[in-house]
Design a protein around this ligand. Structure first.
Ligand SMILES: N[C@@H](CCC(=O)OP(=O)(O)O)C(=O)O
Length: 424
């Protein structure tokens, strides 16, 4: 008998899965079921990381506050109170099984430095090796908008990419995505498999946003998270949080079908509607609960560590507008660095090695940017020169840099390992 594959699994739980929206009382039953499921998964050899929201919601109740205050410092103080209790609850529940947990609180600042990004990675690896369940949340007490991940859906996708997870489970109040809102449209049908999110979700209505007032994420943030995670090679699953044991059934099912993923992903003639229908009957036959699976980009096409870090770990400070030729050279198989000759314009001010967006524009015969053609953001770069220096050397050959600036740091404005482009 062949041994079953084991996975690294990241599970994201929103505030509304862990805390009652109205009373802000803990949903201890759900938390217990999650703990039982994680223990079962671990006993099967899987490695599990939890991304748990709920710090602010728990802090509100602890301090007898009805509403989230507007003032940032107050929210940060509330988060400090709630986070301790939140992790205490997880520790108490996991402790019943003798399972050790670890708290990891992240802000974007913690990963903007490449060494720190690798450090975070090493810490996760060690914890998983020790058999510990890391429990991650945003460090709300210290993070302000510029250094925030924004919502825990995004944080969970970044965590999943950071640890090189096989699966990201986004637990929510619906069992799966539907082609429309099933509460208002009886014709809505489940979307069970999304082979390529870059091609969109035809007919899916995700505009309604968050349905709860204790969290910050809605379905839209889940789709963004799925895009981020699948681009980094992580399969992403949306499933209902009220029945955590379904996760175990879904993981067991994945072990039997994950060899089909690349076939589905690479089939250009795929009938998407038929795929959903066939899958629906297969789930019914096997008594498998509904869920939506976003298939990950395969090894060859997913973002590698450093590219992921540049695209999702860093905050951009400005932009370079480059021409089509430069874009092609920087994205071809044998990737080139970015030369000054390919740059048409510089936006905003930035220091060397800060991260900037790369946008494609059209160059007019006089060398200037054609304002009639809309710009398209295509990637990111960390530059060897400041915005002021690049403004002076844009459009020039590299051997002219020294004449213009009086020195030359490099012939490239950005080295190839400081350039990153999303896979599609
Ligand atoms: N970090 C915050 C939660 C932020 C968040 O994204 O919440 P949710 O939309 O419930 O996942 C907290 O612990 O309260």
């Amino acid at each position: 008998m062949t041994e079953k594959k084991t996975y690294t699994i990241v599970i994201k739980l929103g505030s509304s899965s862990l805390v009652d929206e109205k009373t802000k009382e803990p949903k201890l039953a759900t938390m217990s079921l999650i703990v039982e499921t994680v223990i079962r998964l671990k006993r099967q050899g899987h490695r599990v990381i939890i991304v748990s929201s709920g710090g602010i919601a728990i802090g509100l109740r602890t301090l007898n506050l009805d509403k989230r205050p507007k003032h940032l410092a107050e929210v940060q103080a509330i988060a400090a109170v709630g986070q301790g209790r939140l992790i205490g609850r997880w520790d108490m529940l996991f402790g019943q099984f003798g399972q050790r947990i670890a708290q990891i609180l992240l802000t974007r600042n913690d990963i903007v430095d490449w060494t720190q990004f690798k450090n975070a990675q090493n810490t996760f690896t060690e914890l998983l090796k020790m058999g510990v369940v890391p429990i991650v949340n945003e460090n709300d007490t210290l993070s302000v908008s510029e250094i925030k991940f924004g919502d825990n859906d995004t944080l969970s996708a970044i965590t999943a990419a950071l640890v090189g997870a096989d699966y990201l489970f986004l637990l929510t109040d619906v069992e799966c995505l539907y082609t429309d809102n099933p509460r208002t449209n009886p014709e809505a049908t489940p979307i069970l498999i999304v082979p390529d999110l870059s091609k969109g979700l035809p007919g899916v209505n995700t505009s309604s946003g968050s349905g709860s007032d204790v969290g910050t994420g809605g379905m839209q943030t889940k789709i963004v998270a799925a895009d981020l995670a699948t681009n980094a090679g992580v399969h992403t699953i949306i499933m209902k949080s009220s029945e955590p044991s379904n996760m175990f059934k879904i993981v067991e099912y994945m072990q039997t079908i994950d060899s089909e993923d690349s076939k589905i992903k690479n089939d250009t003639t795929l009938d998407l509607k038929k795929l959903q229908e066939t899958e629906l009957s297969r789930l019914k036959e096997g008594n498998i609960p509904l869920y939506t699976k976003f298939i990950a980009n395969d090894n060859k096409h997913h973002l590698k560590n450093r590219e992921f870090w540049i695209l999702h770990g860093l905050v951009t400070k400005g932009a370079l507008i480059i021409d089509e030729g430069a874009y092609k050279a920087c994205t071809r198989k044998n990737k080139a660095g970015l030369l000054p000759a390919g740059i048409i314009e510089v936006e905003d001010t930035f220091h060397e090695l800060e991260c900037v967006d790369l946008k494609i524009g059209k160059r007019l015969p006089n060398g200037e940017l054609d304002p009639a053609i809309p710009l398209k953001t295509v990637g990111r770069a960390r530059c060897n020169y400041t915005s002021i220096e690049i403004a002076k050397i844009k459009g020039l050959q590299s051997d002219e840099i020294e004449n213009v600036l009086g020195y030359s740091v490099s012939e490239y404005v950005a080295y190839r390992d400081n350039l990153a482009f999303p896979p599609h």
